[in-house]
Design a protein around this ligand. Sequence first.
Ligand code: ADP
Ligand code: ZN
Ligand code: ZN
Length: 760
Amino acid sequence: MHELFPEPIVGWIRVGIDRPIDIAGCGLTYAVGPDLGELSPGDAITVPLGRGNTPTAGWVLCSCPPPDPPLNTVKHVLARRNAVAIPPDLVRLGAWIARYYLAPIGPTLSSLVPSAVKRGTGTVQRRLLTQAPPPDECPRLGPAQKKVLHAIQSISETDQPIERRALRDLAGVATYGPIDALVRNGLLIETRRSDIEATWQATHLPAAAAPTPTAAQQTIIDDIGEVLDAGFSVHLMRGVTGSGKTEVYLRLIEQVLKAGHSALVLVPEISLTPQTAGRLSARFPDQQVALMHSALPAAARNAQWSAAKSGEARIVLGARSGVFAPIPPQSIGLIVVDEEHDASFKQDSTPRYHGRDVAIRRGQDANCPVLLCSATPSLESWHNANTRNDWTLHHLAERAPGLSIPRTRVVDRTAERREDPGGGAIGPTLRAALDRVLDGGHQALLLLNRRGWATYIACHDRRCGWTLQCEHCDVTMVYHRAGEVPGRGYLRCHHCHREVRLPKICPDCGGRPTRLGQGTQRLEEELLAIRTDLVLGETLVRMDSDSMQHIDHFHTVLAAFQRGEIRVLLGTQMIAKGLDVPGVQLVGVIDADTAMHLPDFRAAERTFQLVSQVTGRCGRGEMPGRAIVQTMDPDAPSIVQAASGETEAFLNAEVMMRRDALLPPITRMARVVIQHEDLTTCEKRSERVAAGLQALAPDSGVTLGPMPCPLPRLRGRHRREVLLTAITGQDLQAWLHEALAQRVLHDPAIMVDVDPISLL
Ligand code: ADP
Ligand code: ZN
Ligand code: ZN
């Protein structure tokens, strides 16, 4: 066919195919025929794929020269797709992500645009009418048509075009018939426009007066303010919790807006967006704040996306995926990454990107400053800020005026338990403090980083040693209470979500299974028992991913806590972040050790962050607050230093340890996980992958493994891993890309995670 009647070719393009192929690739090459018009990067198209030439969705990456040598089979782009185009700078960003994180290019591009936008959810077709210039000879009109003409003549030209429906109502005619007849005989002109219905808006707080910055804040505002126009730079602002970091970036955003630019603010979790959106809109009451996160209703996502794209909203606030807000690159004046250390910035499915690092890349592309903020910077950012020329470190050493330093006490739970063996999760010290605060009419925040009621089920007979494991995963199943009924519940695997009933007897010895370990549901029961004045769901509220299924729920709970109606808020790490509630007088950490014993080189860093962050939630009003940290390991440096606020000492000591162990941030890491249903196959493949990677290692490269993953079986698949480290990111990238080219990593059962955060 092609040889006999070759289709004319007007150009060549590379296409990102929306299929999990072309890992870290730069697209497949297609010919463009004359009838498609000019194709630009980001345009949505359909192309033939594979031997069957199946029409497949794809994105235009770039135009390219004719293939040399010429292709055996030339394939033509089939058609344009009826989908919104990806802005060209996001195409560049997506291509970088695909390369850097070894992700398939097409699906990576698709993931940059919310599906609500791709589908055009909430788009309405508007039919608009204007009056046509009067014709030389007026056709004969019926009375209804005359009414319509009079109606449109009665409105001023500036109010035209008018919507079809509005015109019908104005004319007082019963149907659209007369309007359509006037369009047909040329007396009215109809245009069609698709609009996105703005169905959803961020809640506006009353405008708030800005406090006068302290000298320390002003120095940072001036320093960064000076380079706002000077192109790309990265700033790490470290400041104790409550030191007024938000105030610093609000001032900088003010300057950005004055200069006519837009600002992009990222927070690690959706749960933090209501508070930050509130502060942004209170400070900038005349500005629309576009929200970009996955918990918005679909039509709203579409509307907010358009508002960011058109520049209608010049402040854009988002969670991780907000980094893909379609703000035109020439408009972006500043990118802020708040709580930059937070692990939630890393996406745990393909593409496994880190929101902070993509934000930095985007700042580079848009040539604007990027401001990272944290009370407990990640070791990566701390190290970069101390060693790289284009990074600057800023420091707020003191809390904002009017805020006091929380007094933190570390409580040795082992010692306490010896005195009080029958006690629950709340030890005597914490109990006494809780009573004092609640009796005084104040509020408390209690953190327990484990969901459910009991964390595992074990045989009552210790000699037996049976624990209930998930059938598909190598983890214990968690006991959840069903509804509000105490004593009735089920077991759930937190990894594959399988549920089973509580067994009546131990399958190994016939003994009695017992429910062990404390989860948030059990803590809730304990609190209700010791403080009978608390009412569940009113003055006592639990906040974890089981209880918070919807963003609106968050709004409600946070607002009630802010107003002081909720006296005790208990929850998982969800409540440890960013909350700024003046009435909180006590923060209790039930078990600071939850993160400490994870098989992860960042365990100490995580523990330090969690304890520092949560204790920073108190003392935000006029009264000093106190924090009580319960631990089995009261001498652990991460806990002691977090409690005493020695952030710099902790960071520096941790960098030293990482240096000795050749771990990130001193080296760069990639994790390769090989999964298979069959253990022997999994083992064999992992040996092969490890050997292949080892053979390609650069001078500074180290391969570790193959070894079983800390979670050796997940969803019925065995998991083995190989860890790679290299001294520089370039070395690591070259290594991985060579391994891809040599087909060491081509197997779909292989998962590659570059700069991994979770090592489970
Ligand atoms: P961070 O982000 O560092 O945790 P915030 O920006 O939330 O701190 O500030 C904590 C509180 O202090 C907020 O209520 C804020 O309004 C207030 N604040 C910040 N800067 C000042 C200032 N210069 N004067 C008075 N209050 C301030
Ligand atoms: Zn499971
Ligand atoms: Zn048993």
